[in-house]
Design a binder for this molecule. Structure first.
Ligand SMILES: Cc1cc2nc3c(=O)[nH]c(=O)nc-3n(C[C@H](O)[C@H](O)[C@H](O)COP(=O)(O)O)c2cc1C
Length: 215
């Protein structure tokens, strides 16, 4: 098999990013881009992001999760703390998030440190989830090997019966992580491969240093 993709080429022409007109705070630029993409660029799941962790085996691993909240403090998603990513983060909190919004020709890459959010915040979010998602969370030992699909479905049925008419409490091994950013890079595609890249780096005095990077 030899699949040559060398002729895949696209000119990027949908926007620009200039040091003179970006906010000093990168979370504000994140919000501007997120809202714009969500409302004007026909993206499914604007909040889908890739999170890369350094695994216990020393390899980086990336997978998609859903951003559920962002504030000036950081970016929150929910998962199983005993999953492969959960164990990786608890051993090494340095992670990388990335968003690629194809139709807007935009990419954002965020390096940061992940930590568990407060238990009451995870409780609140778990309570707000549909019952099916709550049952799914307690059914799945995320990232463990399962014999077959029937094993999962039988476990789900058993838990449906066990919790019929009862409230489902958040399991201790499920909850949110917040990623507190130390560096954010905003990439806007431009013609002739001269793309715009603006990097924000957190300084010791908690101000952000802004620089343009070569594409
Ligand atoms: C669109 C999409 C959204 C997802 N959202 C989440 C999520 O919010 N939390 C989560 O734990 N897994 C989510 N997943 C599944 C993860 O990509 C991954 O398969 C799972 O978390 C197990 O990863 P791990 O074994 O590396 O820990 C999502 C997958 C996709 C494709």
């Amino acid at each position: 098999m030899n699949a040559d993709l060398g002729n895949y080429r696209k000119s990027y022409e949908k926007g620009e990013l200039l040091l003179d007109n970006v906010p000093e705070n990168p979370i504000e630029l994140f919000r501007n881009w997120f809202v714009e993409v969500d409302s004007h660029f026909n993206v499914d799941e604007t909040n889908a992001m890739t999170i890369s962790t350094i695994g216990l085996d020393g390899y980086p691993k990336s997978r998609v999760v859903l951003l559920k909240k962002y504030t000036h403090e950081g970016f929150i998603f929910y998962t199983n703390y005993n999953s492969e990513k959960g164990k990786a983060i608890l051993a090494n909190p340095n992670v990388c998030l990335s968003f690629f919004w194809h139709s807007a020709e935009r990419q954002i890459i965020i390096k940061g440190k992940a930590e568990k959010i407060a238990e009451n915040l995870s409780d609140g979010y778990f309570e707000s989830r549909p019952r099916g998602s709550q049952l799914g969370a307690i059914t799945s030992n995320q990232s463990e090997v399962v014999k077959d699909r029937a094993e999962l479905e039988n476990k789900l049925k058993a838990l449906e019966l066990k919790f019929e008419g009862k409230e489902i409490e958040r399991p201790n091994n499920w909850g949110g992580f917040i990623i507190k950013p130390v560096e954010l890079e905003f990439w806007q595609g431009r013609p002739n491969r001269l793309h715009d890249r603006i990097r924000y780096q957190l300084q010791e005095d908690y101000n952000w240093k802004l620089e343009r990077l070569a594409p």
